[in-house]
Design a protein around this ligand. Structure first.
Ligand code: GTP
Length: 433
């Protein structure tokens, strides 16, 4: 592919094998079941729509302040409503109008029926089937990426269906190679107040970050129900997390898990588990410390819309990270691929030349530069001299052109000439087989 020159977004230009960076940033919304992914996507969509409408009103009213006064549009010249993609085939109703919807392409309940699958197998198979067409979706998204600021992808409820499946990787990689892409990991804040659930959520987020290697934004959702200060404190101060662990919140057994056990047994068992869990989590939190350093975190309420502007700011920074860190890696891989292709082409050509006895004596040897290789219509007196402006004329069979099987073109007779055929050099043609 010919190299293009693209702006990196930081004002610099560089020669690249990759397509230019488009206006849009794609946001892949991932999170545990019920964390509020769809509500978050919906809230983000309506927030952006309001911004777009406010910007339009502002430009229409020649700089009058926004009616609602809340949305700052100064940072984006012409904000546009995001382009929404739903990748959850099993979702019932959505709070937003998806522009591309997996449900339009694959009928999840029929997939379950046809392949005799359970709900999760059905979702996974539906996503796999959809992914086989993702090149077409990507073409649509690439077109839209010039017109919108964000392309939001809402993923299936069961997190592992997207994060650990081949289809999830294909969709993520395809997007990330086409445009700046950011992972928004949605956390159900009220359900992460116990150190154990907090830790498992963080470990999951960490595994996704290292798998995708994409810029990451941790979205603490539902802050209207539970502020996320405790989580920020645990992430910033290791000792605070240790204190929470020591207070015993982490392993407080749910009453249901102790059913049938006596009080003493419950206490003993709780104590043993707590000791093990605490020491495990202590070690894990040390591992996660570095992960926390590289994270952007925001608190949002998808119900009230609180924190959406903070989220967009975080996405802006994440886009810069993509341009600075991820894209050079893509560029390196593209160059590597191109070099490999060139090398293999050169090797094949060399092999071909060798097969054609290139470099041997002129007599009997053939060369691609040898005019005798290509038969031309008109010749100078010297057979080997061909003037460059003479057109090549295919004047005989075996001239390197593929002959249409159904054409009337005359072909040599390759049939067996019979046992008595004399080749003229005294040998008689042998009988085959
Ligand atoms: N209080 C509160 N509730 C929320 C918020 N966001 C989502 N919810 C509720 O959380 C529940 C789950 O929300 P969904 O958006 O369906 O979550 P999801 O992650 O898309 O769910 P699945 O895809 O089915 O796993 C719903 O009852 C929402 O109303 C929020 O910011 N605050």
């Amino acid at each position: 592919m010919a190299g293009t020159t693209s702006s990196t977004g930081s004002g610099q230009s560089s020669s690249t094998l990759l397509p230019p960076i488009p206006r849009a940033t794609s946001i892949i919304v991932i999170g545990m079941a019920g964390s509020g992914k769809s509500t978050f996507a919906s809230s983000l969509s309506s927030y952006q729509q309001r911004r777009a409408a406010a910007a339009e009103a502002k430009s229409g009213s020649h700089g009058q302040p926004n009616q609602d006064g809340a949305d700052s549009v100064d940072d984006v010249a012409n904000p546009a409503a995001p382009y929404m993609v739903n990748l959850d085939p099993a979702v019932g109703t959505l709070g937003y109008e998806p522009n591309v919807d997996i449900r339009d392409t694959v009928d999840y309940s029929r997939v379950m029926e046809q392949y005799n699958l359970g709900p999760n197998g059905g979702i996974l198979t539906a996503l796999n089937l959809f992914t086989t067409k993702f090149d077409q979706v990507l073409q649509i998204l690439e077109k839209r990426a010039a017109e919108v600021d964000h392309i939001v992808l809402d993923t299936p409820g069961q997190i592992e269906i997207f994060t650990w499946s081949a289809s999830g990787s294909i969709v993520t990689d395809a997007l990330a190679s086409a445009m700046p892409t950011v992972v928004a990991y949605v956390i159900d804040t009220p359900r992460t107040t116990a150190p154990a659930t907090f830790m498992s959520n963080m470990l999951y987020a960490c595994s996704i970050l290292y798998k995708t290697k994409l810029p990451f934004v941790l979205v603490f959702n539902k802050i209207d129900a539970q502020p996320h200060d405790f989580a920020l404190e645990w992430m910033q101060d290791f000792e605070k997390f240790q204190e929470a662990l020591a207070a015993g919140n982490a392993t407080e057994p749910a009453p249901s898990t102790l059913a049938g056990l006596g009080r003493a047994a419950s206490r003993r068992r709780g104590g043993e588990e707590q000791g093990y869990m605490n020491s495990l989590m202590n070690s894990m939190s040390l591992v996660l410390d570095e992960f926390y350093q590289n994270l952007r975190t925001v608190g949002v309420s998808s119900l009230t819309g609180e924190g959406m502007q903070d989220f967009l700011e975080a996405v802006k920074l994440a886009r810069e990270e993509y341009v600075q860190d991820y894209r050079p890696e893509l560029e390196r891989l593209a160059k590597e691929r191109e070099e490999k292709k060139e090398k293999s082409k050169r090797e094949q050509l060399a092999k071909l030349m060798k097969d054609m006895a290139v470099g041997g004596k002129r007599e009997g040897g053939l060369s691609m530069n040898d005019s005798a290789t290509v038969k031309r219509g008109h010749h100078d007196d010297d057979e080997d001299q061909i003037s460059d402006d003479e057109p090549i004329e295919e004047s005989y069979d075996g001239d390197g052109q593929i002959v249409e099987p159904d054409s009337d073109e005359e072909r040599p007779d390759y049939s067996y000439p019979g046992p008595d055929y004399d080749r003229g050099d005294g040998t008689v043609w042998p009988r085959p087989g």
